[in-house]
Write a protein that binds this ligand. Structure first.
Ligand code: NAG
Ligand code: NAG
Ligand code: NAG
Ligand code: NAG
Ligand code: NAG
Ligand code: NAG
Ligand code: NAG
Ligand code: NAG
Length: 899
């Protein structure tokens, strides 16, 4: 304190000497405040205040921006959010009259000043969205008047101090998105004014305070994504004022309290991904405001209570992956606002509820993986705007009704794994919007394929495998222009496979087990019945041979390396894995890999599945961890090093789509390009899927751009960056040439080998994930935030121009060394908008580029400006204005050639 005063005086004198000309006469107020504010403006480089104070001779700080005074001219409120500020804040604590301090959305870092604990009048403190680290200062316990405390989105660690029990007036307490650990202290439960408590996305553990909500009128409780244990305290609902409850992704156990029925205003309950047991209380029907109920991935059981039907505002009901049994209550048809009903992965049976299907607002019904029997009702799409009809893996019987053709809004139709009989109704061809998948596999369908299927020109995935379909594959199917993934296997189809790119690019397993089928990609030649047909075959064989040839080249060089490794290995070690790939591999102690394969013939002997699995069990092997997967380094006994991607097991759909995934991987493993990471193989056990790739020692482009430069100082490396950009563009151009669209282009999915040659990865991942899952859906379908093309919002389709856009974002990252989304750009502004907004902000292109690179030489600067032009073309808002990927490659190569 004493030091503080001295320091303060120092400033006072300093300012007297330098600013002696200022005219001080505030009626009340405090001249000390003036000097403090000027000193702060200097420290924080806050031009607004310097401008008024120094240039305009305006000593009346009460009229300065960001400041509000009380009637006695004492500073009462300072709002400095979104100013890109940093610096030492300690001085602020000398403005003792402060009641309201908002420093959110800046780049303050280091510890939160303890001296804030001396601002005894403070009622509102918002330090959110900064980079403060260390722990929450216990000095805050002195802020007896504090009502609003927001420390969210910082880098805070340690536990929530028990000393803060003095904050008795606290009303809003927000500390989400930090790294806080330990348990939630009891004093939080004793607060009598608490209305809002958010601590989600931390590392909190232990039980919630038993009294949480008991003494207060809690309205919002959001603690998702922590490690909380124990049961949900009854008291949370005690006051009946709760409106939003989010506890998703914790380790909560016990049953869901029936006191929930008291909360008439509760509109959102999200308790998914926990270990909750028991029934859903019938009192749920008392929640007339309930709009959102999500309890998937728990161990809830019993019947689905019909009281839900009383919640007339219910919009989403997700009970997937629990132990529910019984039927779907027919009264569910009364929920006229219901848009999504998701009950997959339970033990439900009975008929598909027609009353629910007749609901006009229903958008998605997911009954898959249950025991629903009965047939598909003819009234299936009489009135609804259904986009997702997911009935796979049930016990449905009867025929697919012709009325299925009324479902014109459908994006996805899953009927696989049932006992459906009859023929495929030609009316399916009327579902012109069908895009994501049409799956009729594993049924008892017979008869010929209706040529009308060819009208489905947006459809990406078609699976008719494992039925008793007969006749030939109609030439009309060539109308399915968007197809990537087809499966006709295990039917009785006959005749030549039509010469159609999506068919020819499929693995032969897509057509296998049809005695009568012939032609590429099968190994059986067709009898020469039709000259044109066989000519086509010759052409495609030629291209295929070229492709296979270049693959062989790659394989050969790999082989040599592998053989060298193998020579060092003992024979027995090799014998262990040989020939076991396609069947169960049982280890001595416990069964590990249920299913696995290595696509690259010459690597088969070098890969040991058990070693792969064991590597993923050790944290020390972890390379990186993302939303959907964790990547490990795995050393094989043969000496080979692999990168193993473990898909997060919560996504059980991966297992449901196992065969599809395997075919997809097989197909991708045939891609040959220097700048693409191909899958080498896979292994599946329990509910875990592991994908094998080559190991790349230099990590991702994102790390190269955004992390390694921070760690090891800065290396001006424009030529390296330009060649990375060209390599990525070449890899993508190759994919587009094969009509393959990448679903998740980002710098995090581009990897660098030891020579900094880029390899585009994650070619396979997005397709394997269920696009319908909660908030992840957008990134699962369309890529990572900041890279998603603007048109995706209304088309919901990733296209080649969309890929060009995402590449443009990567190129901007390379040019600016900035992340695609950054709070510094301001609210709602991403890298693209920030760059596009440069002219309006009066900034030149040079101010956008990473100055550490562009100032190295004139020629670097010139090249960077040319590359910036390319990036701007790629990120054009209108997809049609963006260049093709091939053209992008040419433009980037020109930059090098014009040196
Ligand atoms: C501020 O006041 C000083 C002294 O009175 C004067 O010299 C100066 O021109 C003034 N500046 C402005 C911008 O009015
Ligand atoms: C901030 O300034 C105060 C004096 O105003 C000083 O005591 C403190 O050490 C400074 N903090 C940092 C992190 O530089
Ligand atoms: C921080 O929390 C306070 C109190 O709940 C709230 O008023 C404020 O808007 C929050 N700040 C941000 C940036 O969300
Ligand atoms: C909370 O309240 C209970 C009962 O009123 C009391 O026994 C306990 O000491 C309080 N705990 C804290 C940390 O204030
Ligand atoms: C709450 O629900 C229960 C069980 O459904 C019912 O018996 C009770 O009458 C309801 N209470 C109110 C106030 O609606
Ligand atoms: C149902 O939702 C509508 C629209 O959001 C709202 O106006 C109405 O108050 C809600 N009904 C209840 C009982 O909360
Ligand atoms: C789920 O509940 C059933 C019985 O209700 C129990 O047998 C099973 O062990 C539980 N599973 C988990 C993972 O808790
Ligand atoms: C469906 O299954 C239930 C329960 O096993 C059975 O009672 C019912 O008769 C079945 N319905 C049909 C149409 O097979």
């Amino acid at each position: 304190m004493k030091k503080m005063v001295n320091f303060h005086h120092f400033w006072w004198w300093f300012l007297i000497l330098t600013l002696g000309f200022l005219d001080f006469h505030l009626i009340n107020g405090d001249n000390d405040d003036l000097f403090t504010l000027l000193a702060i403006s200097k420290e924080l480089k806050l031009d607004d205040w310097n401008q008024d104070g120094l240039k305009n001779n305006n000593s009346n700080y009460c009229s300065w921006p960001h400041i509000t005074c009380n009637s006695n001219n004492f500073v009462e409120k300072i709002v400095l959010s979104h100013q890109s500020l940093q610096g030492n804040l300690t001085l602020l604590s000398t403005i003792k009259s402060l009641k309201w301090l908002d420093l959110s959305f800046n780049t303050f870092h280091g510890l939160i000043p303890q001296s804030f604990g001396t601002l005894f009048d403070l009622e509102f403190l918002d330090l959110s969205y900064n980079k403060f680290d260390g722990s929450i200062p216990i000095e805050f316990s002195n802020l007896k008047n504090l009502k609003f405390l927001n420390l969210s989105n910082n880098l805070l660690m340690g536990s929530i101090p028990s000393e803060l029990e003095g904050l008795v007036k606290l009303q809003d307490f927000q500390i989400y998105a930090n790294s806080l650990s330990g348990s939630i202290p009891d004093w939080v439960g004793n607060l009598t004014n608490l209305r809002v408590f958010t601590a989600y996305e931390n590392e909190l553990s232990g039980k919630m305070p038993e009294t949480l909500g008991a003494f207060s009128e809690l309205q919002l409780l959001n603690l998702h994504s922590n490690y909380l244990e124990g049961s949900i305290p009854q008291n949370v609902f005690a006051n009946g004022k709760l409106e939003v409850l989010v506890l998703t992704q914790n380790k909560l156990t016990g049953s869901f309290p029936d006191s929930v029925g008291k909360c008439k205003r509760l509109s959102s309950i999200r308790i998914g991904n926990n270990g909750l047991i028991g029934n859903i209380p019938r009192e749920i029907g008392n929640l007339s405001s309930l709009a959102y109920f999500e309890a998937d991935n728990n161990n809830l059981s019993g019947e689905i209570v019909q009281e839900f039907a009383q919640c007339s505002n219910l919009t989403l009901l997700n009970l997937a992956s629990n132990g529910f049994s019984g039927i779907i209550p027919p009264v569910f048809g009364e929920m006229i606002n219901l848009q999504e009903l998701i009950v997959s992965g339970n033990s439900l049976f009975g008929e598909i509820p027609t009353s629910v299907l007749s609901n006009k607002n229903l958008n998605k019904i997911d009954l898959s993986n249950n025991r629903f029997n009965g047939s598909i009702p003819r009234s299936v799409c009489n009135s609804s705007r259904l986009q997702y009809l997911l009935l796979g893996q049930n016990s449905l019987t009867g025929e697919i009704p012709n009325e299925i053709g009324n479902c014109v809004k459908l994006l996805e139709l899953q009927l696989g794994g049932n006992y459906l009989t009859g023929t495929i109704p030609p009316e399916i061809g009327r579902i012109k919007n069908l895009q994501i998948a049409l799956n009729l596999s594993f049924n008892h369908l017979h008869g010929r394929l209706p040529p009308d299927l060819g009208k489905l020109d947006k459809l990406v995935s078609l699976d008719l495998s494992n039925n008793q379909l007969t006749g030939d594959i109609p030439l009309a199917l060539k109308g399915m222009l968007s197809l990537i993934d087809v499966n006709f296997a295990n039917n009785h189809l006959t005749g030549p496979i039509p010469a159609f790119a999506p068919f020819q690019k499929s693995p032969n397993s897509s057509f296998s087990k049809n005695e009568g089928l012939c032609g590429y990609p099968l190994n059986t030649f067709c009898e020469n019945s039709n000259g044109i047909q066989s000519f086509h075959h010759k052409v495609s064989y030629k291209t295929v041979l070229v492709v296979i040839g270049s693959c062989l080249l790659v394989f050969t060089s790999v082989t040599i390396v592998v053989v060298l490794f193998m020579m060092r290995e003992k024979q027995e070690q090799m014998a262990k894995t040989v020939g076991k790939q396609d069947e169960e591999v049982i280890d001595d102690d416990k069964p590990l890999v249920i299913l696995g394969n290595v696509f690259v013939e010459n690597l088969k002997q070098a890969i040991d599945f058990n070693a792969v699995v064991k590597a993923t069990l050790k944290d020390s092997n972890k390379i990186s961890s993302g939303t959907f997967s964790t990547i490990y380094k795995a050393e094989m006994p043969s000496g080979l090093t692999l990168s193993v991607k473990r898909l997060k097991s919560v996504d059980k759909t991966i297992l449901h789509h196992q065969n599809k995934m395997i075919r997809e991987l097989e197909r991708l493993s045939h891609l040959c390009h220097d700048n693409l990471i191909r899958p080498i193989g896979f292994a599946i056990y329990d509910d875990v899927a592991l994908l094998l790739h080559q190991f790349l020692p230099n990590g991702s482009l994102a790390r190269f751009l955004h992390e390694s430069s921070k760690e090891h100082g800065y290396k001006p490396d424009w030529p390296v960056r330009l060649s990375i950009a060209i390599g990525v563009a070449e890899g993508l151009a190759y994919l587009h040439q094969l009509a393959i669209i990448h679903l998740d282009i980002s710098s995090g999915n581009i990897f660098l080998d030891s020579d900094f040659k880029p390899l585009v990865g994650e070619i396979e991942i997005s397709k394997l994930l269920d696009p319908s899952r909660g908030t992840a859906s957008i990134s699962a379908v369309a890529g990572s935030f900041g890279y998603i093309p603007p048109e995706y919002a209304y088309t919901m389709q990733v296209t080649a121009p969309g890929n060009v856009y995402s590449f443009g974002v990567v190129l901007l990252e390379i040019l600016t060394t900035r992340a695609p989304v950054d709070e510094e750009f301001g609210e709602g502004v991403d890298l693209v908008k920030w760059v596009q907004g440069a002219p309006t902000r009066g900034e030149t292109p040079e101010q956008i580029l990473d100055a550490k690179l562009s100032t190295v030489s004139f020629s670097w600067r010139k090249e960077m400006l040319s590359a910036l032009k390319v990036a701007l073309l790629c990120t054009e808002t209108t997809p049609a204005k963006r260049p093709k990927m091939k053209k992008v490659v040419e433009m980037l190569q020109e930059i090098i050639e014009n040196k």
